[in-house]
Design a protein around this ligand. Structure first.
Ligand code: HEC
Ligand code: CU
Length: 443
């Protein structure tokens, strides 16, 4: 074989000029590109976000250099080393170049190892367990997040005792309330498929893994500490997004992190009112139902204008009270609505599929547990959704418990929540019985 190494084309001065210009352009280009990063990224709302963003800068710069280098070499080669005229000969043949091979193996390896080390550092720093998490009034409390198609539910296991001696659980639906400086540590569980809890402003993201709900699922944890953002008005809202494609409603699976200015604002604007509302449920079952229905993920499947719900997985609940009486022959409106909530599959609305889970005191999933008293309130509320209600609204305190008794054979304690401002001993016992029952069957 002819040794044509001598045919190495000479590098023209023009190529050198182009290479110089290219290096200049890439330097300017990378600089220009990184200047966009702060504009594209959400505010740095957590203590963790700075190190994540620094890591991101490093990745962008290294990636940018590699990108411009390769594209530039390609461009230079295509222009300056192209075959000219009717030159059909082969280019020079090379048989290995150990130095070059070492260089292009060692440099990328070093870069990869460097990136792995700094990434691992950032990750382990940010996910490290902290002391004093979820501090509220000097005590650590547990905050749980439940992911279900297609909604987030946050629950605070407070250390305040209800009148029944059972610790109060606050359900804040799709909103997580926290305050600047609180070390947030959330336990995440999914009710169905894999979801991913992502709060871009906090630079944290964690998958939720399915597991057996009867044994408490397979919880994962996420940690972050909100910090003050310059120029932000408090309380500040930041979106929570599901980052794992989980079905056709995945895009709707969103929530909000509300960061209060300090612990006292958190207590005043969220925690205390929530506990007060639980200790003093409104006497009117309709008002109670309006509160209760928002503790469940109903909004992820139904449209209901009165509560700003928008979803078409299930039938719209607008005007449900006008249709409820005609759905199933022989069933009163109250009986139908109660059945639809606790045992939806008993009658499937034409045009829809059996997607709705069962709610009731016996269900396995802790988030779906609903006592007969809660069902009573929710039915009372749904009975008011419609101009001409099929329900016997004026007589709700007899008609709805009667319907629940007929369909499920369960007694409803209608004194529940009657002690408006002060919870009297007898009411407390009423609530006690039902809630412990519900809690026990979920455990
Ligand atoms: C996973 C989605 C989903 C969730 C969550 C859900 N539903 Fe449904 N719901 C449906 C679907 C689908 C139907 C229609 C099929 C059927 O009847 O089972 C339905 C039917 C109903 C009906 C009957 C509507 C009619 O027009 O007859 C009522 C009432 C109802 N749901 C109330 C609720 C309440 C209250 C909650 C929360 C406690 C809830 N749903 C949670 C999907 C859901
Ligand atoms: Cu999801």
């Amino acid at each position: 074989m002819e040794d044509n190494r001598s045919n190495i084309p000479s590098i023209s001065p023009a190529a050198i000029v182009v290479a110089a210009v290219f290096i200049l352009v890439s330097a300017v280009g990378i600089n220009w590109f990184t200047s966009f990063v702060p504009v594209v990224l959400p505010p740095q709302a957590s203590a963790e976000s700075k190190s994540v963003d620094e890591l991101f800068y490093i990745l962008v710069i290294i990636g940018g250099v590699v990108f411009f280098l390769i594209q530039g070499m390609l461009l230079i080669s295509v222009i300056f080393f192209r075959a000219r005229g009717d030159d059909r000969s082969d280019g020079p043949t090379y048989h290995g170049n150990p130095l070059l091979e070492l260089v292009w193996t060692i440099i990328p390896s070093l870069v990869v190892v460097f990136l792995a080390v700094i990434s691992f550092n950032v990750w382990s720093q940010n996910s490290e367990p902290k002391a004093a998490v979820n501090m509220v009034e000097g005590e650590e409390i547990a905050i749980n997040v439940n992911g279900a198609r297609y909604a987030w539910t946050h629950t605070y296991q407070t250390d305040r005792l209800g009148p029944d001696g059972v610790p109060i659980v606050i359900n804040s639906g799709d909103t997580l309330h926290t305050y600047i400086g609180q070390n947030v540590d959330l336990e995440l569980r999914t009710q169905d498929v894999i979801h991913s809890y992502w709060v871009p402003a906090m630079r944290v993201k964690q998958d939720l893994l399915p597991g057996n709900p009867a044994t408490g699922g397979r919880p994962t944890e996420i940690r972050f500490t909100p910090v003050r953002v310059e120029g932000e008005a408090y309380p500040a809202d930041y979106p929570i997004v599901c980052a794992e494609l989980c079905g056709d409603g995945h895009g709707r699976m969103r929530g909000t992190v509300v960061v209060h200015e300090d612990e006292s604002a958190f207590l005043e604007q969220f925690y205390e009112p929530a506990i007060h509302a639980i200790l003093n449920p409104p006497a009117d079952p309709v008002l109670r139902g309006e509160v209760e229905i928002q503790k469940y993920v109903c909004y992820s499947c139904h449209t209901l204008d009165s509560l700003d719900w928008e979803s078409s997985t299930g039938p719209s609940l607008n005007g449900i009270a006008e249709r409820a009486g005609d759905r199933v022959p022989g069933q009163s409106a109250e009986e139908y609505i109660a059945t639809s909530v606790w045992n939806s599959q008993a009658f499937v609305v034409p045009g829809y599929t059996e997607q709705m889970a069962a709610f009731g005191p016996e269900v396995i999933d802790a988030n779906n547990i609903m006592s007969p008293e809660q069902l009573y309130a929710i039915v009372a509320y749904l009975c008011t959704q419609g101009e001409q209600s099929d329900c016997d609204i004026d007589n709700a305190s007899a008609a709805i418990p009667g319907a629940i008794k007929t369909v499920f054979g369960l007694e409803v304690d209608i004194t529940f929540g009657q002690g408006d401002d002060e919870v009297s001993a007898s009411d407390a016992d009423g609530a006690d019985a039902s809630e412990t029952e519900a809690g026990a069957s979920g455990a």
